[in-house]
Design a protein around this ligand. Structure first.
Ligand SMILES: O=C(O)C(=O)[C@@H](O)CO
Ligand code: MG
Length: 256
């Protein structure tokens, strides 16, 4: 059975960020993920994790200036120096929090631009090498253009082909079921084909991005397939609760 990680960027938003750790543990989670840890000292986050017996499943590298519209740096040739600096920042947080994997966002760029593709490949090789030295994995995640217009990595096959071509032992696919359904559909076949490449899974209903099982797809059936495929990693609950976070956790009971 996969282990479910509460996504503290989207869940428990009724509470201040640092209080979400305890709330997630009280709700039965033993792992958490979130977009970015950088607003808080790493030691404070580590203390929250330890106090509540939580595992840090994943977080993202610094994405550039999010408020100004940046959505990652990896495929941006003119931001390469900033990207290199962001590796050290992210890995210091990963070490302090014990996160076994980090997600690197590509940025907004044209996937048909050879310069962007070259920068992306170089960035992934550099990051994977640095993270691998600490025993950590690196995730890349295709994101749908409705949520993130202009995002470079917007195709699962492109991501899978790139991972295969780069052949880096710790570079993996972040398979977000929500993005997969919007981008391509054919979710079960995608999972079956790409399972050897998958290092992290996330789930939300389509199209509202609410609790699993409340949208157009039988998310519970999809999650059971993960089990059948022998997936033993984390599933990040990256959804916006429709009403309250705890009130909306009924779907988790299907998994005991
Ligand atoms: O949006 C998603 O889906 C994510 O997993 C984030 O890490 C990137 O915005
Ligand atoms: Mg996601």
């Amino acid at each position: 059975m996969p282990r479910f990680a509460a996504n503290l960027t989207m869940m428990f938003t009724e509470l201040p960020f640092l209080d979400r750790f305890g709330a997630a543990a009280a709700a039965g989670f033993d792992a958490v993920e979130y977009l970015f840890p950088y607003d808080f000292p790493a030691e404070i986050l580590a203390e929250r994790l330890q106090a509540h017996g939580l595992t840090q499943a994943l977080f993202n590298l610094p994405p550039g200036d999010w408020a100004a519209g940046d959505r990652g740096l990896a495929a941006l040739p003119d931001r390469a120096a900033e990207f290199r600096a962001s590796i050290a920042t992210a890995l210091a947080y990963a070490e302090a929090t014990g996160a076994g994997r980090v997600h690197v966002m590509s940025g907004l760029a044209d996937r048909n631009d050879a310069g962007a593709v070259r920068a992306y490949r170089e960035a992934l090789a550099r990051l994977s090498d640095a993270a691998g030295g600490q025993g950590r994995e690196v995730m890349i995640e295709p994101i749908n253009p409705r949520d993130m217009p202009g995002y470079f990595l917007d195709d699962f096959d492109f991501a899978a082909d790139l991972i295969a071509a780069l052949d880096l032992p710790n570079l993996k696919l972040q398979f977000d079921i929500y993005h997969r359904q919007i981008l391509h559909g054919d979710v079960l076949t995608g999972l079956r084909q790409m399972m050897p490449l998958i290092g992290h899974v996330q789930v939300a209903s389509v199209p509202e991005r609410h609790e699993p099982g409340t949208g157009e797809l039988d998310d519970i059936r999809v999650l059971r397939e993960l089990d059948a495929l022998g997936y033993g990693g984390f599933v990040g609950c990256e959804y916006r609760p429709a009403t309250g976070t705890v009130a909306g956790l009924g779907w988790l009971r299907a998994f005991g």
